[in-house]
Design a protein around this ligand. Structure first.
Ligand code: XIL
Length: 340
């Protein structure tokens, strides 16, 4: 980033009221803008809370609703953090995107693969029913299954597939639908936002599920991107999913930069954020764009991608970066223009 202007006396005295536009006020009426929420910051950091409320009209619990966190020991649920997220959202006119009922990576350690198939199936049914019922009527959409595909587009090898066979996916959707018939039910994955083998596999799977009458209402595209690589034809890819009759959503957008950060990389990052927003807005059934965290302080990137960082649209002082400006510009330039 360019050097900051030295603070003059008058800028120093400027009250710290943010002077930048709010994304949520600029979005088209039928598309939400969301962010993943860090439970700890939500509980402790007033600046974080107020920017989250100001910018976004949807939230996703970054970790709080994952099975491993909700049910630390068998039958003992800890709802404290997830309830906090829902309460905050309700107080601030935000929809809650539930993430996620089933994921290979958030299975509590006490679940044992040595248990018989029926026990595991019943456990999964119980879990989905318990969580969805608790938040019935309060959750706009659920990621019912997360990351069920392998890189080649076949089903990922997981405890669920090994023990229950491929039917576990349809079961999960049916159980979720029974527990909250009004919630939108999504299948969510990464590396599927552009055309490719994995996206082809996802398309086949969604088509099969829909043909079998499984209540799959939407497809979520995580979109954890690198600053130097755009997905292959994201708009065309989203459109072919929409053509199956489902909604689509960008569910976990972030754009990581290989450190050190410089002005050019920030600009590339901004263009990629804008590109994904445009792709969503180009598809009439795109319901939302959710950022996977909005400030560089709380992003998961530095701990999961060594050497990368600065993936969000606000910096670690919660000041907007070029990526925020690019989203604002894109939205501003569309206001008043009929949807194309
Ligand atoms: C990540 C969180 O951001 C981290 O805090 C956590 O340690 C691991 O999970 N795909 C998903 C998200 O569906 O749930 C992941 O979130 C990021 C990748």
């Amino acid at each position: 980033m360019g050097q900051a202007e030295p603070a003059t006396e008058s800028s120093w005295q400027t009250p710290p009221t943010p002077g930048w536009p709010a994304l949520r006020g600029l979005m088209p009426a039928n598309v939400r803008i969301g962010s993943a929420v860090d439970g700890k910051l939500l509980a402790t950091d007033e600046q974080y809370r107020s920017e989250l409320a100001a910018q976004f009209n949807a939230v996703t619990a970054e970790n709080a609703m994952k099975w491993v966190n909700l049910e630390p020991s068998p039958g003992v649920y800890d709802w404290s953090e997830s309830d906090q997220v829902v309460k905050f959202a309700q107080a601030n006119g935000q929809a809650v995107y539930g993430h996620t009922l089933l994921w290979h990576s958030s299975v509590p350690a006490w679940v044992s693969e040595s248990w018989p198939r029926e026990r595991i199936r019943e456990l999964l049914r119980q879990h989905i029913t318990t969580v969805v019922s608790r938040y019935r009527g309060k959750i706009w959409a659920w990621d019912v299954v997360n990351e069920v595909l392998a890189e080649d587009g076949s089903l990922r090898d997981s405890l669920w597939l090994r023990k229950l066979g491929p039917g576990y996916i349809a079961d999960a959707f049916r159980w979720a639908h029974e527990a909250d018939p009004d919630a939108r039910l999504f299948i969510n994955d990464y590396g599927t936002e552009g055309r490719g083998r994995k996206a082809n596999g996802l398309l086949r799977l969604v088509r099969e599920l829909r043909m079998a009458g499984v209540p799959v209402h939407g497809v979520g595209f995580q979109s954890h991107l690198r600053w130097d690589r755009a997905p292959e034809d994201a708009t065309g890819n989203l459109r072919r999913f929409a053509a199956l009759g489902v909604s689509v959503a960008i569910t976990e957008l972030d754009v990581r930069i290989q450190l050190p950060v410089d002005a050019e990389k920030l600009l590339d990052q901004a263009l990629l954020y804008q590109h994904m927003l445009k792709a969503c807005l180009a598809v009439s059934t795109c319901e939302s764009v959710t950022l996977w965290g909005f400030t560089d302080t709380s992003s998961w990137i530095s701990s999961h991608y060594p050497g990368f960082g600065a993936a969000c649209v606000f910096d670690s002082d919660i000041r907007p970066k070029p990526a925020h400006e690019a989203l604002v510009q894109e939205l501003t330039s569309r206001r008043g223009t009929p949807p194309g």
